[in-house]
Design a binder for this molecule. Structure first.
Ligand code: SF4
Ligand code: FES
Length: 219
């Protein structure tokens, strides 16, 4: 996973932007155009908005490219009460929550409250999305089979959402979460589930084993 972090300050706040994780969802530009202006250098000027407005906008950055630290307060971003996985049409899986991404040895690769997980299989920054789905012409709707998630009872709300990366294979989600796809709706579950990250499953967003047939490669 690549990381290129740039920092922007005013007296109240330090804003960090990871260039590698920004997928130009433009929540920031739409939310506070005076602060986030891609035609200007520096493109982020924290002093152009109140700290409150700035933190609220940063917390909407779906990829986790933007974060902040307050200089005069201990307040920090809180995870949502329930973890949420949102399927983006022709794009990534956006995850909001207490996300912990690990490898098969249990080594933590990333802990964050917002991540965009690649599901087209083509990102050069796996497991995160880098917008390669656009160049690759990846198409996938947002439907899913809710029955697959109903085979285990809902065990609770929120808490850690563990994501384990399998080599050349899917990622396994464990914890309590809501899965949202605008074509199907919202399902609350605690089902341990393998999500496709090769882009070729016929049962998206879940894995159906196709990664083996297509020789999907990832670390
Ligand atoms: S909201 Fe986040 S991902 Fe979207 S353009 Fe801004 S920094 Fe990039
Ligand atoms: S990761 Fe795509 S089918 Fe298994």
């Amino acid at each position: 996973m690549k990381e290129t972090i740039l920092t922007y300050h005013d007296d109240e706040i330090k804003v960090t932007w990871d260039k590698e994780r920004c997928i130009h969802a433009a929540e920031c530009v739409r939310g506070l155009p005076k602060v986030f202006d891609t035609d200007r250098k520096p493109w982020i000027k924290p002093e152009m908005a109140s700290t409150d407005a700035l933190t609220k906008t940063i917390e909407k950055c779906p990829s986790g490219a933007l974060h902040y630290e307050l200089k005069k307060s201990d307040r920090s971003e809180k995870p949502p009460e329930q973890n949420v996985i949102t399927i983006d049409e022709d794009g990534p899986l956006y995850i909001y929550g207490e996300v912990v991404i690990k490898d098969l040895n249990g080594e933590i690769i990333l802990e964050d409250k917002r991540v965009a997980m690649c599901r087209c299989g083509k990102s050069k920054n796996k497991p995160l999305c880098d917008n390669s789905h656009i160049d690759e012409g990846f198409t996938a709707d947002t439907s899913f089979n809710p029955e697959r998630l109903r085979t285990e009872p809902v065990k609770g709300k929120g808490g850690k959402l563990s994501i384990t990366l399998y080599k050349d294979a899917p990622f396994l989600v464990e914890g309590n979460y809501d899965l949202i796809g605008s074509d199907t709706g919202r399902e609350t579950c605690s089902k341990k589930m393998s999500f496709c990250r090769c882009g070729a499953s016929q049962t998206k967003p879940f894995c159906d084993g196709t990664h083996k047939k297509i020789g999907f490669v990832s670390d």
